[in-house]
Design a protein around this ligand. Sequence first.
Ligand code: AMP
Length: 258
Amino acid sequence: SREYPQVPQVACFDTAFHRDLPRVAKLLPIPRRYDAEGIQRYGFHGLSYEYIASVLPKVAPGIAGGRVIVAHLGSGASLCALRSGKSIDSTFGFTALDGLCMGTRPGALDPGVILYLLQTLRLSASDVETMLYKQSGLLGISGLSNDMRDLLKSSEPPAQLAVDYFVYRAAREIGALAAVLGGIDALVFTAGIGENSAEIRARISTASAWLGIDLDPEANLSGGPRISRQDSRVSAWVIPTNEELMIARHLSLLLGLG
Ligand code: AMP
């Protein structure tokens, strides 16, 4: 901004799409005095979910106004519960450490573990931070890689355990958000793993079959967009995300270009 003071600076917050979450979804059950510090659940991957919500009326008009769980499964991974295209909850909270197991982040973790690491094992706060952001998740469990492709190719038991845990955790949180939505009409997969791994989609869909998802294996292998059978009570989809386009759309609106 010093070199080009005339160029407008715009920030697109990855939390903005979740700003109207119901009060209980935003709440963290700690003393209310911390509200003033901004300690609440925000949710992230908002640009991705906003993009998906924006294309649903075109790609999947039958479900755009319904109850949809979007699974953004990439290096970072989270779920969003959409009702009529609006976010009503997500698995991310105050930071992008919450929720699902990710490439190098653990997702939701009993806070007692952090206390134990700090107080009993005497790790420093910065060691714990490094562990939580860089050494956990798929990498931490497998001891091999944070990349789902490497783990799917590997026959090493720790690599398979990491994949098992990733799927287990996603299916568990899909169940939780289905409860928030009072049942679902559709499940949408997106981001690196969600868009490219038929195997992970199949495993998560199978674990979520109780919700009424009946996967079409051939459609899943060919990448969709619809990957559930025609008579599946709950439909499943693959929709590529586009966070950069979402940012461009916001900019163009803001700068009066569009
Ligand atoms: P993203 O953060 O959305 O770019 O996703 C990156 C992640 O997607 C990588 O770390 C890979 O683990 C995963 N990924 C990309 N392609 C594939 C694939 N064909 N099969 C499984 N995982 C994939």
